[in-house]
Design a protein around this ligand. Sequence first.
Ligand code: SF4
Length: 447
Amino acid sequence: MALTGLDIFKSLPKTNCKECGVPTCLAFAMKVASGQAGLDDCPKLTDDARSSLTEASAPAQRLVKIGSAPHLIEIGQETVLYRHEERFHHPTAVALTINDTMSEADLTQACEKFKALSFHRVGETLTSDMVALVNDSGSPDNMQAAAETIYNALGVPMVLMSDSPNTLSTVAMGPLSGGAVVLYCTGPAEVVDLVAMVKDTDAKLCVDGTIESVAGQVEKLNELGVKDILISPGKVSAGETLEFLTKSRRGTLLKKFRQLGCPVLTLAVGDDSVAAALDACAFVCKYSGIVVSNAWEGHLLAPILTTRQNIYTDPQKPVQVEPKVYDVGDVSADSPLLVTTNFSLSYYSVESEVESARVPCRIIAVDTEGTSVLTGWASDKFNPETITQAMKTAGVDQLVSHHKVVIPGHVAVIAAQLGEESGWNVLVGPKDAGGIGAYLKNDWKNV
Ligand code: SF4
C-alpha cells in the first residue's frame, strides 16, 4: 500500500537543507507521496532509510513482465478488489494450449490458426497472447523442437508446462532464454530445482498448490533471489480455482500478505470445451493474470476475449470515438446519412451493420460524452440542437445531395423538432442496429 507523506517524513533526515529543491523535508515527503518526486532526489537519505521506504512503498502485488515488445505481456500490480473502486490495470493474458506431440506440419498449421483467431470489436483487435506448450511427449527434445517452431512462427511468449524440471531447464535455454517464457513444473519439485530452472535465464516461474503451500514456496524462492513468480491452484475444479483467486487477491490487498502478491495462472482446459470456455470467462473476471485455455474455436475464444475487453476498460470513462462524420464504404453524394452517438459500442454497432449490408453510408457520431443513444437523449446531450450542430460542423450539406438524415428509432420523438431545427428531411430508422441492414436495403430507396 502507498505510504502517506507523514510515513515518509518520519524516515527523512529532517534537516530542511533544501538540496532536494524543496524548502522542507515535510514538503519533500508530501511530493514523494504524491508521486511528484522520488526518494533519490534526497542526497541525505541513509541507505537503510531508502531501503526500508522502498520496500514499504512497493506495490502489494508484483508486476511481472514476460517477453518484449511487440509481444510484451505485463500482468499483476493490481490495486483493487472491485473494478468500480478504481479499475483493473493489466489485462489477463490468454494462452492457447499446444501439445508437443504434434508433428512439425501440425504445429505450423496451429500457428497459422493462432494468427487467424483475431476479432474486431468496438475499435480494438482482440487476439490471444501466448501459447501454453504442454510436454505430453515426455521428451525434452520434442518440447525443445516444438517450442522453437512455435517461437519462430509467432514470436509470442509461452507457458512451458512439464512434470520434469530438467526438461523445462533445457527448453528455457537457447532462443527462449530472453525472458519470453513462464516455466510451470506440473510434477513434484523441490525449491532448489525450481531455482535451478530459472538460473541464468530471464524465465518466470509458476508454482502451484494450495494457498498455504504456494505462499510457503514464494517465501523460500524470494529468499533465494527469485522474484518474478506466478502462483496457481493447478488443475482443480472451477469452484476451487475461483476460491484460490479470491483468497489470494484478498490476502494480498487486504491483509498485506506479500507471499501471495503474485499474479495467478489458471487452467481452463478440459474435454467439455464449452464448459472450459465459460470457466475461462469466470477466471478473467476474478483476477486471473494468465488463463491457459483450449478454446481453439472462434465461438469459444471470442467470448473470453470479449469478457477481458469489458472487464479491463475503465468503468469511470465511457469508451468513445472521435465525434465526427465517418465514411463507411465507397460513399458518394447519394449515400445515406445516419446519425448516432460517439459511445463506442453504439458507433461500432452501426458501423458493423453498415459494413455487413455493403451499402456505403456516412455516419455522424454526435458528441454525447460517450453515452449511448437513449442515455444521451435522457441527459439532453443527443437532441435536435446537438445533432444539428454536429451536422453543421461536419459540413454534411456539402457531402450529400439528398438532404435526408436517418436517426435511431429509439429517439423518433425528436424527428419533427430536428427537421425544424436542421431544415433536413428526418427519417426514423430501426430501433436496434441489427435492423440497419434491412432498412438500408428495403426502406431507404423508397422514402
Ligand atoms: S534534501 Fe533531504 S534532508 Fe534536505 S530538505 Fe530535502 S528531504 Fe530534507
